[in-house]
Design a protein around this ligand. Structure first.
Ligand code: AKG
Ligand code: FE2
Length: 318
């Protein structure tokens, strides 16, 4: 007899929004919006991100992380606050934590030829694994497309024009991150693979976790495992969208726990895409989300200012 673990997050099908009739689109908007309001997490199928592209990028990332650390460190980009290239083991920590996460990662950012702005500097070429960057930029575009579709549905849920987010995210500061959590070789003192945190950006799209461990914290403080099915992408609300909606949409705390000792030898790889708007985007609370029992919770700020503040808190920016 096979048993299926109960789902902890709802599952929605994005193709219903992109190809469906009026009623299907409306149903999708309602399902996605209420998941973001109640839980802050949702599983998405029908997202249009090709499975081959995910698999190929995943394998290229595995090849990259298998390189000697001296080679990987050639791809650290000075002055980029980890927003481009390689960040070695032991650097990033959650904002409230003194110990670094048990992970190393590589980040690919937006590249704009005609933009004279340090937020948009070039990505390094990885000569040892050249397909890593070419596949990475294809995957980046594919994530941008699915993410913008999800934000169109969210705009409708919030009673905004469907294209409300389009101009803010077009050429935005999104980041594709490949994370490698190496095998655990000794009893970790207090660190876990990724300490509890909330994401900074608008929404995060996560694919390809090669092992379990991702957990979300419920409103009552319990930790629940998220186990995506085949081809399902896990999406969560980040602090920018929570801020914009005056806490109506929830940026839910999550973490990646260490495996049981019998699985310490198994590494974990995951590929989140952090969807960010352009740096000049105002994150001022939407007036429609301010009510008598939900007074305005945040002062105005731009996305660029907010990002810099948060990168300092997590040890990536001086
Ligand atoms: O590795 C994962 O599954 C999630 C990582 C994560 O939450 C993050 O990098 O913000
Ligand atoms: Fe996260």
């Amino acid at each position: 007899m096979t048993t299926t673990a109960p789902r902890t997050i709802p599952l929605v099908d994005l193709s219903q929004f992109e190809k469906g009739d009026k009623a299907q689109r409306q149903a999708f908007v309602e399902q996605l919006g209420s998941a973001f309001h109640n839980i802050g997490f949702v599983g998405v199928t029908g997202h249009g991100i090709p499975k081959d592209l995910i698999d190929d990028f995943y394998n290229a990332a595995k090849e990259f992380f298998a390189l000697p650390v001296e080679v990987k460190r050639k791809y650290e980009v000075p002055g980029a606050a980890g927003q481009r290239g390689y960040t070695s083991f032991g650097k990033e920590h959650a904002k409230q934590s003194q110990v670094a996460d048990l992970k190393e990662f590589f980040q690919i950012g937006q590249e704009l030829a005609d933009r004279n702005d340090s937020a948009f500097q070039a990505n390094p070429e990885v000569t040892e694994v050249p397909q890593f960057m070419t596949l990475g930029s294809q995957l980046y575009r594919s994530f941008e497309a699915s993410g913008s579709s999800l934000l169109r549905a969210i705009a409708l849920y919030l009673g905004l024009d469907e294209k409300y987010f389009d101009q803010n995210i077009n050429d935005g500061m999104s980041i594709l991150r490949a994370i490698h959590y190496p095998p655990i070789t000794e009893e970790p003192k207090s660190a876990i693979r990724a300490e509890q945190h909330e994401d900074i950006n608008l929404i995060t799209l996560l694919v390809g976790a090669s092992a379990g461990g991702l957990q979300l914290q419920t409103a009552s403080g319990e930790w629940q495992e998220i186990i995506p099915e085949n081809d399902e992408i896990v999406i969560n609300v980040g602090d920018m969208l929570q801020r914009l909606t005056n806490n109506y949409l929830k940026s839910t705390t999550h973490r990646v726990v260490n495996p049981p000792r019998s699985e310490w030898d198994k590494p974990r790889l995951s590929i989140p895409f952090f969807l960010h708007p352009r740096p000049e985007t105002k994150l001022d609370v939407l007036p429609s989300t301010v009510t008598a029992d939900r007074p305005q919770a945040y002062p105005p700020i731009t996305a660029g200012e907010y990002l810099n503040e948060r990168l300092r808190e997590i040890g990536l920016k001086k």
